[in-house]
Ligand binder design. Structure first.
Ligand SMILES: C[S@@+](CC[C@H](N)C(=O)[O-])C[C@H]1O[C@@H](n2cnc3c(N)ncnc32)[C@H](O)[C@@H]1O
Length: 202
């Protein structure tokens, strides 16, 4: 079985393959969030976004990832920074909502899950979001073929703009369709096509 390249970095506390800074959209929209609200970080990886939110004053964060290595790292980092995140190993298609969230985040995850499954997840996440709550989602679309590093795992690539169709009843705060290049250790420069959506429940 092929192991995704990010697993190696999750084993090391000082290596952040996707950066240690929060995603810039979280920083851009931080004043729109309810700090006393509940957050769900879907496919949190090594937790950079959740860790940033805790440091901003959020104290009710659930984060999950299918990777045990990722969650072990999140737990180690929480200990190191003396902060609390409720982090667990879970696949998004098996996630059961037990409460209503104010903020749901997912960066770079959905395209690794079959399309019907991530769409079902979004429907459930919408139902389990409080009025005024926000979702921020970034996923890859098939305007660019999956690069060799992710091709074996990219089973649920979106069509460009498809994510927006699922949120027609919510207020769109930001919608982006863009391409970018990146390079990881051991993975040559490659391109991705991406959609990013920031939406608020009416
Ligand atoms: C590119 S990384 C992004 C991590 C993090 N969101 C970030 O922005 O740094 C993709 C993450 O999706 C996770 N993932 C893949 N399939 C998943 C699934 N079915 N359920 C939950 N997480 C999943 C991977 O383990 C990995 O941590």
């Amino acid at each position: 079985m092929k192991i995704p390249f990010w697993e190696k970095a999750f084993k090391k506390d000082n290596t952040f393959l996707f950066g240690s800074e929060p995603n810039k959209t979280i920083v851009e929209f931080k004043n729109e969030f309810n700090k006393s609200g509940s957050v769900l970080d879907v496919g949190c990886g090594d937790g950079k976004n959740s860790i940033y939110l805790v440091k901003q004053g959020f104290n009710d964060i659930d984060a999950f990832d299918i990777s045990e290595t990722a969650i072990e790292k999140v737990k180690r980092l929480c200990k190191k920074h003396n902060i609390e995140i409720n982090a667990g190993v879970q696949s998004l298609d098996e996630f059961e909502f037990k409460k209503q969230y104010d903020l749901v985040l997912s960066f770079g995850v959905f395209h690794f899950v079959e399309k019907e499954k991530w769409k079902d997840f979004i429907i459930k996440a919408k139902e389990n979001t409080k009025p005024g709550g926000i979702h921020i989602i970034q996923l890859f679309n098939d305007n660019v073929e999956p690069s060799p590093d992710i091709a074996p795992f990219a089973v649920g690539m979106a069509k460009d703009g498809e994510i927006k169709e699922l949120y027609q009843d919510w207020e769109v705060l930001q919608y982006l369709s863009y391409e970018f290049e990146e390079e990881h250790p051991g993975v040559p420069l490659h391109k991705h096509a991406s959609n990013k959506l920031v939406v608020r429940k009416r």
